[in-house]
Design a protein around this ligand. Structure first.
Ligand SMILES: Cc1ncc(COP(=O)(O)O)c(C=O)c1O
Length: 394
């Protein structure tokens, strides 16, 4: 073992102003949903071209509510990717839909657009693309197909706030987008998420569903000018965001573009310094103009002189005090999903292969260049040295 401090693969960057805002909120006497959530929603709306932003307790909650707002009926199909966090699929099932998977394109790791149309059936209701690692999906052909077949689109933007597709910010156009503010994401509210849309029917349904089904006109019932009376127009969930969380978001959002610039510089350094390293494959860029949000920097572990598989690589890096993430094993391999939908491992071969070999390298705005160099040097060391030699040195 070394005596170097453990390097995590992700770490939030919280300013003193953000921390002070949380403390102010705690002292204010109003800590749950209130003025700070309202302000954060206004800021998020402006950041996304003046569209409506609705804060919720997580992106998982937001995805579920977005689908519920579209009134899925049993058997309605929602098309998504097998290379995602399982929340994407869970929300489809929990909203009453049936997930249908389209394999990934192995270079970009996003859903393979050439295979999308053949997955559309009479029962398809929604396409749910995931902008994997923060790389925008090719949205023009996707929206063209959605229009042709009369489908709704819910973009899982858990990785992609601040990304751009052909010069337009993700979330500033299209149908419905869902952002995540989990601490590993590009900006955080601790836990939290937001739904972005300009569809007033969807926005109203989400507003009700996120808070017990209570009509908004009665929402502010504890304030001086709010009403104690309220009506429930549908059974709803308890998926609201707290002001304590929004206090962070109010300061994280203005910092987001700077965070992404920093992530981009670090990602470019990884790309440059690892480009001729044969033991791994690097993510590839599509040819349409885009701004990658670089939520994750993933590589896939290939044949290597040390004979390490993914688990061996993660352990070897841990032994050198470097944290490595695993995003994600292909979702069609999970027991419940196999059983429920009869999926076989080989049904989605590209996702299967990548999902078995993918890892995420440390990437966060405050990652020091010296620490990044240590990651690169250690990777080269553990993947090229023979196991016996590594053991001696650890
Ligand atoms: C692709 C994707 N979708 C959805 C989620 C769920 O986000 P949250 O943790 O905010 O519920 C995640 C979280 O990691 C994710 O990676």
């Amino acid at each position: 073992m070394t005596d170097t401090p453990f390097l995590p693969f992700a770490k939030p960057d919280l300013s003193e102003e953000a921390i002070a805002e949380v403390v102010d909120c705690l002292r204010s006497g109003w800590i749950t949903t209130g003025p700070r959530v309202k302000k954060f929603e206004e800021m998020l709306g402006s950041y996304h071209g003046g569209r409506t932003a609705l804060c919720v307790s997580s992106a998982t909650a937001g995805l579920q509510l977005a689908l519920l707002a579209l009134n899925l009926e049993a058997g309605d199909e929602v098309i998504t990717t097998p290379l995602t966090f399982v929340a994407t699929l869970n929300t489809i099932v929990l909203a009453g839909g049936k997930p249908v998977l389209v394999d990934i394109e192995p270079g970009t790791l996003n859903m393979n657009m050439d295979r999308l149309e053949q997955a559309i059936t009479q029962r398809t209701k929604v396409i749910m693309p995931v902008h994997f690692a923060g790389l925008p999906v090719d949205l023009d052909p996707l929206y063209a197909l959605a229009e042709k077949h009369g489908l709704r689109v819910v973009e899982d933007c858990a990785h992609a706030i601040g990304a751009e597709y052909k010069g337009k910010r993700i979330g500033s156009f299209g149908d419905i987008q869902v952002m995540s503010f989990h601490p590993n994401k590009n900006m955080t509210t601790g836990e939290g998420g937001a739904v972005i849309t300009d569809d007033p029917v969807v926005a109203q349904a989400i507003e009700r569903l996120r808070f017990h089904g209570i009509d908004r006109s009665a929402f502010n019932r504890f304030a001086k000018f709010g009403s104690q009376e309220y009506d429930v127009v549908m059974p709803g969930y308890k998926y609201n965001m707290m002001d304590i969380q929004a206090a962070l978001g109010i300061h994280q959002l203005p910092a987001l573009d700077g965070f992404i610039d920093r992530r981009t510089r670090l990602a470019n350094t990884y790309l440059e310094k690892l480009k001729s390293f044969e033991a791994i494959s690097l993510p590839m860029a599509p040819d349409y103009p885009h701004r990658h949000a670089w939520h994750l920097f993933t590589v896939t572990i290939g044949e290597n002189p040390a004979g390490l598989d993914r688990a061996g690589f993660i352990q070897a890096m841990k032994d050198h005090d470097i944290g490595i993430g695993l995003h994600y094993p292909a979702v069609h391999l999970f027991a419940w999903y196999r059983r429920q939908f009869g999926w076989q491992a080989g049904d989605f071969p590209a996702a299967l292969d990548v999902g078995n070999r993918i890892v995420s390298l440390p990437l966060f705005p405050t990652l020091a260049l010296a620490d990044q160099q240590r990651v690169i040097d250690t990777m080269r060391h553990v993947l090229t040295e023979t196991p016996a030699r590594q053991k001696k040195e650890i």
